[in-house]
Design a binder for this molecule. Structure first.
Ligand SMILES: Cc1cc2nc3c(=O)[nH]c(=O)nc-3n(C[C@H](O)[C@H](O)[C@H](O)COP(=O)(O)OP(=O)(O)OC[C@H]3O[C@@H](n4cnc5c(N)ncnc54)[C@H](O)[C@@H]3O)c2cc1C
Length: 333
């Protein structure tokens, strides 16, 4: 089975992995010159189905609860299983209560327990919620490692190719995110920035609740912290606005004042591809399989959708083969 996967974001790479594992001959084409620069590159890398349930459908939990296992098995050593800490300043205590009522699989922490988990947040928050089963990874390292692993498995990568020749492939899988020719898709703008400081240490993603400007801070290697993310109904993928940057910086400073002295090492914005219900889809249309609509949950839901896509590719191929065989038998009868 020869399969062409278009798009080397998290959707395309996970689909390529599931197909290569099932012994398909896979070629991945990517219109950009290299890996990165897409929505996946800007992601926080949180594998946080229970926290995400606060604003998402139950399907995000059912499809996403095994994501950390998938990533751990695919890329040993990349997943950090340190949970998620959710905090709010005392004047926003009602936000924390609301968050707890809309989510499951958490426990309440008092001030001393927060300090035990995150010593640098000692004496800063009276209460928090801890989602112990959640995990995170560095999306950039994970994507680079996936390309390396897939190449070693025999997957061919063609960068700088937007219109590949389709002949010679049994199936085409479109994983082109917001660029896909799909009128049902919309863009949801997500902005982020990266700070660097040696004066704060966090072991896990921390979400700081606020009625208007909730943020999360995800620790990365070498004292970097990814701060995100806006959710704006817009097709504008231009640079981060001053307003969003100010909100992120204010919130990061409110989480810990040492962020006030941090270097801003990067800012960015990308469009999350989303369907109306904000849930991803695997679809077979006119011979092409599409895997799209990951919205806020590319790293969380791509493993489950990639498996579905690989199953569909093989099932539809065997259907096609049996249809051909039935057709051949009809003709020879
Ligand atoms: C700020 C931010 C934070 C986020 N945080 C998280 C998080 O913590 N956890 C999580 O699970 N999700 C998170 N997400 C969501 C996640 O990033 C997206 O759901 C995911 O990246 C979508 O992946 P994709 O592969 O569909 O799209 P993309 O990453 O955009 O990849 C599509 C690729 O297709 C390529 N392409 C386009 N046209 C063609 C063509 N004709 N031929 C070949 N290639 C083509 C593009 O160049 C691109 O590389 C976040 C998103 C943002 C913006």
């Amino acid at each position: 089975m020869r399969v062409l996967v278009k798009g080397a974001g998290v959707a395309g790479l996970t689909v390529a992995h599931e197909l290569a594992r099932r012994k398909a001959a896979v070629t991945v084409t990517e219109i950009r010159a290299g890996i990165g620069g897409n929505a996946s590159w800007l992601a926080g890398g949180m594998l946080a189905p229970w926290c995400e349930r606060e604003s998402a459908e139950e399907a995000v939990v059912t499809l996403g609860r095994d994501a950390a296992d998938w990533w751990s098995a695919a890329l040993p050593g990349h997943v950090k299983r340190a949970g998620t800490l959710v905090v709010a300043h005392p004047r926003e205590a009602s936000e924390l209560k609301r968050f707890s009522q809309r989510t499951e699989n958490h426990r309440w922490l008092a001030e001393d327990a927060i300090a035990e988990l995150e010593p640098d947040l000692a004496d800063r928050f009276r209460q928090g919620l801890f989602f112990a089963e959640e995990a995170h990874l560095d999306p950039r390292r994970a994507m680079e490692a996936l390309v390396e692993k897939l190449s070693a498995m025999g997957v061919t990568f063609l960068f700088g190719v937007g219109q590949p020749a389709l002949s010679g492939f049994d199936r085409v899988i479109d994983c082109t995110g917001i660029a896909a020719q799909d009128l049902d898709l919309r863009g949801v703008r997500g902005e982020m920035l990266v700070l660097r400081t040696c004066d704060v240490g966090l072991a896990r993603p921390v979400r700081l609740l606020h009625p208007r400007h909730p943020i999360y801070v995800v620790p990365r290697a070498d004292h970097h912290f990814m701060v995100g993310a806006t959710m704006i109904e817009s097709d504008n993928d231009g640079p981060i606005t001053a307003r969003s940057a100010m909100e992120f910086l204010n919130a990061a400073y409110a989480l810990h004042p040492a962020f006030g002295e941090a270097e801003i090492t990067e800012t960015g914005a990308a469009l999350r591809p989303a369907y109306r219900d904000n849930l991803p889809r695997v679809r077979l249309r006119e011979g092409t399989v599409t895997v799209n609509g990951f919205h806020r949950h590319g790293f969380l839901l791509a493993p489950a959708m990639a498996k579905q896509a690989a199953e569909l590719v093989f099932a539809s191929a065997s259907n096609t083969e049996s249809e051909h065989e039935a057709d051949r038998q009809r003709r020879s009868a």
